[in-house]
Design a protein around this ligand. Structure first.
Ligand SMILES: Cc1cc2nc3c(=O)[nH]c(=O)nc-3n(C[C@H](O)[C@H](O)[C@H](O)COP(=O)(O)OP(=O)(O)OC[C@H]3O[C@@H](n4cnc5c(N)ncnc54)[C@H](O)[C@@H]3O)c2cc1C
Ligand code: FES
Length: 260
């Protein structure tokens, strides 16, 4: 593990902050790191930035991410990784479907696609206009369509409502966000016969394929994923249905969770 100093903190949205640190990680878009917060635990986090500055972009959802949000410039955190695979970009026109914090995983793939001359169409969803992550960057890099739950920007409703209208000459769909969203995008991809890659989230302890806490239908999300392709997703009975809790017990994805 490398101990790094937080060099800069950027407030991205009311619930999301980016913590920049100096670390020359060689990253493939879609990979993640295990982040140790002193006094807390380790948490998996995507790596949204590849080149000049590295960092993590974190939504405050519970005790660990709340502790990180209270850290200041000059504080130290631990970083292990990068781990996992990443997006395997191909084709000339890519559709990115992003929900909430999912942009932290998808942004570097979009940057790479745009830099290699591919056309990128993006459907970005969030709870409100203020919660749309990386809005400016995505509108520079892609043909951007937006959806919000409260109608404060773009389409009033789910980001998945936008997808079918965008399925013109798409060679590949990449997606990250709530699993119910990704499941719906997967179903659309199947109907149109378009390849898909989705980044899954599961409870992670080791991050390196040893402990089994992230297993979904026998597949280790930290090692074989987090980005899974269409045929892999089609084989998963648990996709969109259940995950494992910290004790390893299978629990429904749509179970009521304590509000924080
Ligand atoms: C590969 C991967 C990449 C991720 N990238 C990001 C990112 O870039 N930005 C971001 O904000 N979040 C990301 N997450 C989710 C992030 O790890 C959790 O939100 C965080 O661990 C929550 O911890 P907490 O104590 O604040 O919340 P808790 O209240 O403990 O949990 C809130 C939710 O996060 C899940 N969670 C808690 N601990 C873990 C863990 N060790 N592993 C996986 N899920 C956990 C819980 O199951 C629950 O659904 C990623 C998760 C994975 C698996
Ligand atoms: S987190 Fe331990 S096997 Fe994936």
């Amino acid at each position: 593990m490398n101990i790094v100093e937080i060099k800069e903190i950027v407030v991205e949205t009311p619930s999301i902050k980016t913590f920049y640190f100096d670390q020359g990680l060689d990253i493939y878009p879609g990979q993640f790191v295990m982040v140790w917060i002193p006094g807390e635990d380790e948490y998996p986090m995507s790596l949204p930035f590849q080149k000049d500055r590295q960092g993590i972009t974190v939504r405050k959802v519970g005790p660990g991410t709340e502790a990180l949000h209270s850290r200041k410039v000059g504080d130290r955190i631990g970083i292990r990784g990068p781990y996992g695979n990443g997006y395997d970009l191909f084709g000339e026109k890519i559709l990115a479907v992003i929900g909430g914090i999912g942009g932290a995983s998808v942004l570097p793939a979009i940057v790479e696609a745009a830099e290699s001359g591919r056309e990128v169409v993006c459907a970005l969803g969030g709870r409100t206009e203020k919660e749309l992550l990386f809005l400016d960057r995505l509108s520079e890099l892609t043909d951007l369509k937006v959806a919000t739950d409260d109608g404060s920007a773009g389409h009033h409703g789910f980001v998945t409502d936008l997808v079918e209208d965008l399925m013109h000459d798409i060679d590949l769909i990449i997606t990250c966000g709530p699993e119910v969203m990704m499941k719906r995008v997967f179903q659309i991809s199947k109907r149109y016969g378009v390849p898909i890659q989705a980044s899954l989230e599961r409870y992670m302890k080791c991050g390196i394929g040893v402990c089994g806490s992230c297993v979904v239908d026998g597949l280790r999300v930290c090692a074989e994923g987090p980005v899974l392709n269409g045929p892999q997703l089609a084989d998963l009975d648990e996709f969109g249905k259940c995950e494992r809790d910290p004790t390893g017990k299978k629990v429904p994805l749509d179970r009521p969770k304590p509000s924080y």
